[in-house]
Design a protein around this ligand. Sequence first.
Ligand code: SF4
Length: 175
Amino acid sequence: MKILLHSCCAPCGAYVIEQLQKDYDVAVYFCNPNIHPEEEYERRKMEIKNYCENQDIEFIEEKYNQAEWFETVKGLEKEPERGKRCSVCFKMRLGKTAELAKEKGFDCFTTTLAISPHKDTNQIFAAGKEAEEKAGVKFLARDWKLDNGFKCSCDISKEQGFYRQKYCGCVYSKR
Ligand code: SF4
């Protein structure tokens, strides 16, 4: 079974990849036009890209279209984290992941986002479900925080010496 994993960064990605590889053939999709500024985007991207190359895992990068992201979240600039803007942001990224999974013949797709204790897992799962219904490809709704997942991801991150960011990604989350 082939799965397309939407990954936001290496610290979240490495643990989830390890878990998924027990059951799936994994490819990683970096679709994160929310990340600001561009230097930060490049830094997070290169970290997970290099990891994938070292592990012989297919890495696919989406175009960095920040203008499209800003247009998508227009009017929601003042929302807090875990509010409506995050819902729209998840829907955009997971919608694109589902479409690519469909186009490239993957059996299913999922995301690393649910590993973060700072994010609302229900919001992420709702966005994944919506994307599943629109594209017709199954969404694997797995809460990676369970079974000490977040701590394990931090341990792997330390071992690998990954860069770990201090904010979610968008310019509003830097406030
Ligand atoms: S805080 Fe994070 S999830 Fe929410 S809109 Fe910004 S980048 Fe997206």
